[in-house]
Design a protein around this ligand. Structure first.
Ligand code: F6P
Length: 369
């Protein structure tokens, strides 16, 4: 029989997303109500690996005061990092080169030494894969799904996604008038990594005329046909939404920076390429707007706040019920728990037979195929 939980730690890892602070607040208050002590680990696991970097403590006590008034704030009061994955940690050698080492053992050791009973790990695919590895090594862990990309499997959605989509939609709303005034083609590049969720949902909601996503390799001539057809009907401007991971049928996705030990490759540049090619092929003035990290900033929407608060409270309930190695997930009927092993390393792509894709087609939006 496992010992009761008394002291827990929370960490946030990977790219930040609106709603992280709401999770931290809900988990802290729920745990304190059970009489538990709650600690925050700074910058993923850096607070454990590099305590000297944090004069106020790499791992610090989360109190009611520390989590007061943070529900609506973007970012994370714990800080985060998408470098230094503990499973593939880049250890600097005396000659300046890096060697990959597994530092999960150091995390388990830290928890044992400081009488920490459990971890709530808030993150995307990378962080949840790390959480699963820690659970397999015997740490009590509950994961909370976070990412603006919405690419995590086994949950209806992740918090952060709605905020990103709402912002991207507003940007499209604003671009219609300037594009129309100048009779231009405006290309909007959005994040999303290897999935097209943000581009598709914002593109439909913001009335883009073409949407290019990684799940559908595109033929640019189809977009050219769409622009020409609009011109033929006196609609002299077009808005093209492009996911950063989108790629032409005869080419590869664009990588802005290659992968290194401990962190993934960075995508970007396809918007610029598409805009230049469309200008060349149509003779129309084309501009690109890259929304990039703007999608990760700002306040969480009401949907994301509530999802994040529900996730944080549910993570504590899971630990209190004796669960471990699970992720809190959202279904249409409410929160539930799924094994971390079923989420780790898996990606949820946009289903091509889903009704959202069908809706785009019904509306006459060009998907590049
Ligand atoms: O996973 C979230 C995300 O914002 C992706 O959409 C994007 O590809 C990546 O992170 C960008 O990472 P970075 O903050 O390292 O530029």
């Amino acid at each position: 029989m496992t010992s009761p939980v008394r002291r827990i730690a929370i960490c946030t890892g990977g790219g930040d997303a609106p709603g992280l602070n709401a999770v931290i607040r809900a988990a802290t208050i729920s745990a304190m109500a059970l009489g538990w002590e709650v600690y925050g680990i700074r910058e993923g696991f850096n607070g454990i690996f590099y305590p000297e970097r944090f004069p106020e403590g790499g791992v610090f006590r989360l109190t009611r005061d520390k989590v007061r008034g943070i529900t609506h704030l973007g970012g994370t009061i714990l800080g985060t990092t998408n470098k230094g994955n503990p499973c593939h940690f880049p250890l600097r050698m005396p000659d300046g080169t890096f060697r990959e080492v597994d530092r999960t053992g150091d995390i388990l050791e830290y928890f044992a030494k400081h009488d920490l009973d459990a971890l709530i790990s808030v993150g995307g695919d990378g962080s949840l894969t790390i959480a699963n590895a820690l659970a397999e090594k015997g740490l009590r862990v509950v994961g909370v799904p976070k990412t603006i990309d919405n690419d995590l499997d086994k949950t209806y959605t992740t918090f952060g996604f709605d905020s990103a989509v709402s912002f991207a939609t507003e940007c499209l709303d604003r671009l219609h008038s300037t594009a129309e005034s100048h009779q231009r083609v405006m290309v909007v590049e959005v994040m999303g990594r290897y999935a097209g969720w943000i581009a598709l949902h914002a593109g439909i909601s913001g009335s883009a005329h073409a949407i290019l996503i990684p799940e559908i390799p595109f033929d640019l001539n189809k977009v050219v046909d769409k622009i020409r057809s609009r011109d033929g009907h006196g609609r002299m401007y077009s808005l093209i939404m492009v996911a950063e991971g989108a790629a032409p049928r005869d080419g590869d996705r664009l990588v802005a920076a290659g992968a290194e030990i401990g962190h993934a490759e960075r995508l970007g540049g396809i918007g610029d390429q598409v805009a230049k090619a469309l200008q060349g092929k149509t003779g129309k003035d084309a501009r690109v707007v890259v929304l990039g990290h703007l999608l990760r900033g700002g306040s969480p929407t009401t949907f994301d706040r509530l999802a994040a608060l529900r996730f944080g409270a549910a993570a504590v309930r899971a630990l209190n019920e004796g669960q471990s190695g699970v992720m809190v997930a959202l279904s249409v009927t409410g929160v539930n728990y799924v094994p971390l092993a079923e989420v780790a390393g898996r990606m949820k792509a946009v289903p091509l037979d889903g009704d959202t894709i069908q809706t785009a087609r019904n509306l006459g939006i060009c998907l590049g195929d």
